[in-house]
Design a protein around this ligand. Structure first.
Ligand code: PGA
Length: 259
């Protein structure tokens, strides 16, 4: 079965609630029915989730909601944290985990990413597990980068039972391409995504690997989206900067409508 493309907007730490409502409304107004062929996901900050969820419900939108982070525990004394159940109740179907910014600034590891992903799956949410190599690694050669991200994926989903694994989404985001305006070439991105899929196939069997959606992320824009979309192992995009502009985000998502 062909994998349905997925385009997720990662708003990062941008937009107050009032600004988020405006952006969600603007995106919703530009939504085109042809985008029903793509899973379009908005991932605002925690504080905006409720209001963005209300906008989507009011518009009977086919877009869905995701968070950017989650706690691995169900409840308890974890000051400042937000549980999978809380995200579920507020209407999130998705949650980004292991983003390179969380790894770099908050010390998050593959192991922590894996337990967060499992906690999300247990609550019925889909984790979008991020991986990606540094510039230093890429400069050691394409093979080194591909080997690194393949092992990062396996470590970041260790402990997820086989039956659940096909539900996860992977986002391949080379760190040197995030927010820099510098993208991987479509061929480089495809080679990394193919290496990730091959590693998943070796680990969990070809059927599971074929079902998992793998996104590319890193300076995806309306102008370059259509270059990544035809790549056989790229099933969509995780978008930062361009997701903060309604027109750009929608135009970019349209680049992934199946032809
Ligand atoms: P960018 O961010 O599109 O601004 O490069 C992507 C991401 O960090 O998810």
């Amino acid at each position: 079965m062909p994998r349905k493309p997925l385009v997720a907007g990662n708003w990062k730490m941008n937009k107050t609630t009032a600004q988020a409502v405006t952006l969600a409304q603007d995106i919703s107004n530009l939504y085109d029915d042809r985008l029903d062929g793509v899973d379009v996901v908005l991932c605002p900050p925690f504080t905006d989730l409720k209001q963005v969820s209300t906008v989507l419900a009011y518009d009977k939108s086919r877009m869905t909601l995701g968070a950017q982070n989650v706690c691995w525990e169900r409840s308890g004394a974890y000051t400042g944290e937000v549980s999978p159940e809380m995200l579920h109740e507020i209407g999130c179907l998705w949650c980004i985990v292991g983003h390179s910014e969380r790894r770099a600034y908050f010390g998050e590891t593959d192991g922590l990413t894996a337990v967060k992903a499992l906690a999300l799956l247990n609550e019925g949410l889909t984790p979008i597990i991020c991986v990606g190599e540094s510039l230093e690694l890429r400069e050691q050669g394409d093979q080194a980068a591909e080997d690194f991200v393949a092992s990062q994926v396996l470590n970041s989903c260790s402990g997820i039972p086989g039956a659940e694994l096909s539900r996860i989404v992977i986002a391949y985001e080379p760190i040197w391409a995030i927010g820099t305006g510098r993208t991987a070439t479509p061929e480089q991105a495809e080679a990394s995504c193919a290496a990730i899929r091959a590693a998943l196939a070796r680990n969990s069997g070809p059927e599971v690997a074929e079902a998992i959606r793998i996104l590319y992320g890193g300076s995806v824009k309306p102008e370059n989206a259509a270059l990544f979309a035809p790549m056989p192992d790229i099933d969509g995009a995780l978008v930062g900067g361009a997701s903060l502009n309604a027109r750009d985000f929608i135009d970019l998502a349209k680049g992934f409508i199946p032809r």
